[in-house]
Design a protein around this ligand. Structure first.
Ligand code: GDP
Length: 299
């Protein structure tokens, strides 16, 4: 499993630029550290975080702690892993029945794909899964979810055009309870006419769910696109003002030069990173693993 992270991430722009840097610059000196700082900033790790990280390494280098560039690379690895370990908190869906996952995030980030991948994962774990087509703002989203459900024998609760999202998700929770489903994954709109509209809708969904289960939703999972770098960070900032996000999924980390955003997210929000998307197929959604991720990025 570790090897597959490497396969997926080693082709990414971030891993390539770090790899090239250490080949081009095998000598341990300040130039290497300057270039490392540039590589980290370019990968959207964040300016302050990159500077802090590199300055800490520089001090240790000047104190002659590192015998060679390899030793420095080892220290960098440890420092990067240490930043991500606190957000490596897997989602446990066994505590409620059904366990309600509300997925949020703007259109195009891979939300529908992620819902499909999650449904597959939980089904393969032997759980019964129910989906709610709550993105009633886009007819295409409802159809995409239905098609996916048919193909994978996972039931999808949907209503007609222009249905009320909260009512679809409320019905789905009722259905999930009467069927004894283990997990309910609800889609929501990624964009309404106004931010206020989205806030009202997500608020209403949470309110009606609580009528059936005061603890629901048990997870508000925000999906963000890793290729958008710092933009993903500002999306999380915005959504957190709308709804209480409890976990993140970072998609499309395969092949992106902006994978450093994972560090920026960990640092800024400390929210659990539940899963990362390393490709388009069902098994490419991985439970987040700090060590495997960092090892995939480093040469
Ligand atoms: P939505 O609008 O947020 O529901 O986005 P979709 O689920 O329709 O996904 C948008 C595109 O991103 C699709 O072409 C997906 O196949 C692709 N995608 C989603 N996750 C990943 C991933 O982890 N890696 C890659 N390479 N593509 C992904």
């Amino acid at each position: 499993a570790r090897r597959s992270w490497r396969e997926r991430l080693s082709g990414s722009g971030f891993a390539k630029s770090l790899g090239a840097l250490f080949v081009r610059h095998p000598r341990l000196d300040d130039d290497l550290l300057d270039e490392l700082e540039t590589a980290l900033i370019t990968a959207d790790v964040g300016v302050e975080a990159s500077t802090n990280l590199v300055e800490a390494l520089r001090k240790r280098m000047h104190a002659r702690e590192f015998a060679d560039a390899n030793a420095l690379l080892g220290a960098l690895r440890q420092a990067l892993i240490a930043q991500l370990v606190p957000v490596q908190q897997p989602l446990d869906v066994s505590g409620h029945k059904p366990f309600v996952v509300l997925t949020v995030g703007i259109n195009g980030v891979g939300k529908t794909t992620t819902i499909g991948k999650l449904a597959r994962r939980y089904r393969d774990e032997g759980r019964s899964v129910l989906l709610a087509a709550g993105d009633t703002f886009r007819a295409a989203a409802v159809n995409q979810l239905k098609t996916w459900g048919e193909r994978n024998q996972v039931p999808v609760i949907a209503q007609g055009q222009d249905a009320d999202s909260a009512s679809v998700i409320f019905d789905a929770l009722q259905a999930g309870r009467s069927r004894g489903s283990d997990v309910l994954i609800a889609d929501t709109a990624g964009r309404l006419h106004t931010q206020g509209g989205l806030m009202d809708e997500l608020g209403k969904i949470a309110r009606v769910l609580k009528k059936l289960d005061p603890a629901a939703p048990h997870e508000v999972l925000m999906v963000i696109d890793g290729t958008t770098g710092q933009n993903a960070v500002s999306q999380v900032r915005q959504f957190r003002q709308i709804v209480g996000v409890t976990g993140l999924v970072v998609t499309k980390l395969d092949g992106t030069a902006k994978g450093g955003v994972v560090f920026a997210l960990a640092r800024e929000f400390g929210l659990p990173i539940r899963y990362v998307g390393l490709g388009e197929t069902a098994t490419d959604l991985r439970q987040f693993d700090a060590e495997a991720f960092v090892d995939g990025l480093l040469p």
